[in-house]
Write a protein that binds this ligand. Sequence first.
Ligand code: ME8
Length: 653
Amino acid sequence: MKSYYITTPIYYVNARPHLGHAYTTIVADTLKRFHRMLGEDARMQTGTDEHGDKIVKAADKAGMTPQAFTDEISGQFRALWPQLNIDYDGFIRTTDEAHKRSVQALLQRLYDQGDIYFGEYGGHYCYGCERFYTEKELVDGMCPQHLTKPDYISEKNYFFKMSKYQEQLRRHILDNPDFIRPERYRSEALAMLEGGVLEDLCISRPKSRLTWGIELPFDKDYVSYVWFDALANYITALGWPDNEDDASGTYRRYWPGEHLVAKDILKPHGIFWPTMLMAAGIPLYKHLNVHGYWLVKDTKMSKSLGNVVDPLKAAGHFGLDAFRYFLIREMNFGSDASYSAESITTRVNADLANDLGNLFSRVLSMNAKYFESKIPPLGDQDDADLLLSENTDNAAENYIALFGEMRLSQALEALWAPIRAMNKYVDEQAPWTLAKAGDTARLGTVLRTLLENMYKVAYLLWPVMPDSSATMQAQLGRPQGEFSGDALHDVIKYRMHLRTGLAIAPASNLFPRLEMPREEAPAKPEKKAKPAQPAAAQPAAADEAPKSPVEFSDFQKLDLRVGVVLAAEKHPNADKLLRFDIDLGEGKPRQILSGIAAFFKPEDMVGKKVVVVANLPPRKIRGLESQGMILTAGSAGGLALLTADAPAGSPIA
Ligand code: ME8
């Protein structure tokens, strides 16, 4: 079985996890799930980086010992991931005894073969980056990452002969165009190798300055440089070097793997690490996948700048799968992306509530209405039906290919083409017209064609939105099972997946519309001040511009129905709103919210036969979901209800 090993950086434990860490880790989880669905033996590795000056300083500030401090923050990372549905297989801490022993073995190997030597070095040291900078690398004398002035330090240390492997690495990058991807980071790494002789890497710190590190096996007065220790985690986590020659051990099973990092740590991963591997005689990783930064108001989100977003709060507020979807769809992998409550609301409402959620909601409720929620048989398919399925299959192939190239946002974009095509197909095929005409066979074929294509899309979305994908599959009567073989290509290959006659969900409400955050909502054009009037006394139409004509086919898209008010009460959190349970002849009443509390008493509403717009996407208003809209007419005396004396559910045309 082919294996797949994906790693995240091991995060510093000097502060709590934030959205930047969550992004990388969610991408790693998504990739692991994707490769599992391809039938591969997939493993995901993450963890925490716990040695070095930075951690000692943070522990000091918190009034704790480094060990107690790292235990606490590492615990926070470990506890967070499952809450974001991240299914990691290994969590390494660089303070683990096994890791320390393995790093010492690596150091000893390089020392014994003469790749580590003792020498004197002076350089500009940035404590934030835990590294020396050359004069050339500084920007106006400042660290390019932290924009702080580094300290000039001169001391005796151990050095790794990085320059010895410079040409070999340059050749490897030239011969393997996707070794570092996307391209811009490959070019950056090549530029580092082609800009002159690489400086050898200082891989020790004297204990007189720092004791919180892994002791060098050949000199107990020194500890390892934190980056040398940290980079080795990718193999020590697999049990290297104890199982280096064991063909069935974890190391040989998974190495070489794939790394995932942001551009801040390109140099250690693109230059230090591959030269360390070359020196140790270990195969190089397969790909270094480098992404950009999440920005908040055009500035990198980072703990030192204090503008971080708490991923758990965001997931709780917007919905976990909506949050995961947003992160992967919004960031063009490799480039920077902006995070704001407004951008997530806009994206989720457009793609999830309007496109995907609405598709599931309307098709399942039509299937409930016309086929008592049973999956209808497929009759003869016409060109439109075949084209729809072909579209889905092509998009699915693209989705898989783009995922493989780490073009994750484009992969999701590809999958949204058939979702939009399905919504259009519903409008064009107009199942309600077929129902009216009594053409049950055609109606069944249309709905069955939709249900089968919806199943494929739902299934393919599992790596990105595991819970929602499982819910959608279950709603279609085929709950998610264990994967076997190449499940991703299999789902495309077969035309039919659902069982005729099986009862499926009568309704679906996956992604309620999000309210635009108040402070960020686009400003409405200001209206001219008008003389004060009793609000209720203004006919609504009086101050509105005449509306432009609509096509009859657009008007027909409205599902207007008679609804009988079963219960009415004040909204618990909003004075202007009433909450209704309304019978629309669907077997189960709908909850509808309406801003008419100033005009009607709840007790007077019960039993009224009102006119309801029944096919608006569900919307959350002040914490409660509204599944439709009650129509009213403005009049000089206040508001009048539109009523119709017909049974619950009667269509209005
Ligand atoms: O660098 N946007 O740890 P670290 C996107 N311990 N991703 C971001 C981000 C942002 N604004 N901020 C952080 C270290 N990240 C070392 C790594 S590996 C052997 C040692 C993510 O806690 C991104 O993955 O500073 C970035 O590379 C990583 O967190 C840096 O985490």
